[in-house]
Structure formats: C-alpha cells, structure tokens
Design a binder for this molecule. Structure first.
Ligand SMILES: C[S@@+](CC[C@H](N)C(=O)[O-])C[C@H]1O[C@@H](n2cnc3c(N)ncnc32)[C@H](O)[C@@H]1O
Length: 267
C-alpha cells in the first residue's frame, strides 16, 4: 500500500509552559551551534547534550508519522523489540499498554545524554522489560540472538552507514520479523512506479537544510528497504517544520517483513 498526502502531527502538543524558551534553545542548537568531534559518537553527543531535556517537546512537532507507524506495527506478546537510534525512548510510549507484553525491548543509541533521558523514562514508567543500550546501530545484536520487531525512527538519516544499519536490522530479525522505519527523505529524480516524484526545489532545499545538522536525506532509503524486505505498507508524505512557513518537509514510513526465505541476491 502506498500513499502521499500532507500531514500534520497527531501527537499531543508540547506543554505550553516555557515552550517558547525551549524552542529558542533547541533552535540555537539546530541553526547556530555546530556539532564538533572526531568521531560520529562525539559529534552526536556534542549536538544533543545541550538539547536532551527539551528534545521531545520540539521533535513532536517536527518528526511526523511516528505515532501512526507505532500504532500500525504488528506485534505479538513475547516479542523482542529493538529500537535503533532510540534517542530519548519516546517511541516506547507509543506502544501504549502493548509495551508490557514484550519479552524484552532494547533502546539502542550512541548519545549518552539522550539515553539518560530514556533511562529516566524507563524508571518513571516502571518498565522492567525495557532497557537502554549504548551501542552503534550498525553493530548491535540483542542478547537473545534475534528480534521480532526492529524500528528506526528518524535515525537512518543520521547514521552515516545507513545501509549497514538496514543490513543489521535484516540480520537480527527472525524470518517473518517486522521492520518499521520513519524518516525524512527526498525522491529520486526519476522514481519507479509507486514512489512519489519531488520537484528539484524540494530535492535540493531539504537536502541542504537538513545537512546543516548532519541529517542526510537520501533518495535510496526506500528503494533499498524495498529490495530487502517485503513491503507491507509505505506512506510518503509531507509535514510541517516549526518556524518554517509554507514549505513542508517530505517523510515516509515503511513497514516491511523479512522474507521467510532469505533474500541472497546482491542488493
Ligand atoms: C533524530 S534522532 C531520533 C531519535 C528517536 N528515534 C526519535 O524518534 O525521537 C536520531 C537518533 O539516532 C541516533 N544515532 C545516530 N547514529 C547512530 C548510530 N550509529 N548508532 C546508534 N544511534 C545513532 C542519534 O544519537 C539520535 O538519538
């Protein structure tokens, strides 16, 4: 199933108290401050450490489609869930009461500041089956050896070796296991049938805009995901960006299934 339409977030609005000052702080980190460091992990931490506390309130208005993805993902009691690039772990809230049914959930990230917020959330909620893991998404494997559900929410565009992260998700999933991805993207100039076309202005503007924050929009995410997983659902949409009038940034969500028979063809 594929679709494209404009969307605005269905998440609850940020708390009004102090939100303008929180926005100013986050905007400073997004627009003015530059990530520094010699490694990917150091650059992530330098980008996030000043905004970890106010991260969720701002990103609720920027990172569209997360609610819908998590509502639609098919999960079963006893499943092992891995969230790659989990950040503050806010997506764990999106399972609602289903979260208690996981055998185990792993919130994997390289930013200690964001994982600290995730750890506090786990303690506050009393989730005994969810844990944080400080690890690289391209290398993590759950101790169980395999996962039933893997999610990546706005993390692929921040992972330089994004194809290695998709490969790792594929590797850790059981045959028949489910992958859910939501992220920004730009279309290929000449997309195949079923994928949306974006004008030059969209492909150029958003690529440059997000690259400023080391968020790399890519026309190959969806084709690569579809080459490895059976597509259960794909939506290609646009959503508002706080403080940017008129323009809407493109995002997609993808729900795919690891084939029961391994796909061994070169991708
Ligand atoms: C835009 S944030 C999204 C966080 C969260 N998934 C959400 O939806 O709010 C991207 C996340 O990916 C993490 N990340 C980037 N590269 C990573 C890597 N190689 N391994 C693990 N996490 C990574 C960042 O630290 C950050 O938390």
């Amino acid at each position: 199933m594929t679709s494209e339409s404009a969307s605005s977030t269905t998440n609850p609005p940020a708390k009004p108290s102090g939100s303008f000052f929180n926005d100013l702080r986050i905007l400073w980190h997004l627009v003015v401050s530059r990530a520094t460091g010699n490694t990917h992990e150091e650059r992530l931490e330098s980008f996030y450490k000043g905004q970890a506390g106010g991260y969720d309130a701002f990103r609720r208005r920027l990172l569209h489609g997360r609610e819908e993805l998590f509502t639609k993902l098919p999960v079963n009691p006893g499943d092992v869930w891995v969230d790659l690039g989990a950040g503050t772990g806010e997506n764990a809230e999106r399972w609602g009461s289903r979260i208690s049914e996981f055998r185990q959930g792993y919130l994997v990230d390289l930013s200690s500041s964001l994982l600290k917020v995730a750890g506090e959330r786990i303690r506050d909620r009393g989730w005994t089956n969810i844990s944080t893991v400080h690890a690289d998404a391209t290398k993590f494997l759950p101790p169980e050896g395999a996962a039933d559900v893997v999610t990546m929410s706005y993390s692929l565009t921040m992972i330089p070796d994004w194809f290695a992260a998709v490969d790792q998700a594929y590797r850790m999933l059981k045959p028949g296991g489910v992958l859910g991805v939501v992220d920004f993207f730009v279309a290929r100039k000449y997309p195949v049938d079923g994928l949306v076309k974006h004008p030059w202005s969209t492909r150029t503007f958003w690529t440059v805009w997000f690259a400023n924050d080391n968020v790399f929009l890519n026309p190959d995410h969806i084709p690569y995901l579809q080459s490895k997983f059976e597509t259960l659902e794909l939506a290609q949409r646009r959503g508002k960006v706080p403080y940017i009038p008129f323009f809407r940034a493109p995002h997609y969500y993808f729900i795919g299934c690891k084939p029961l028979v391994e796909n061994t063809s070169p991708s």
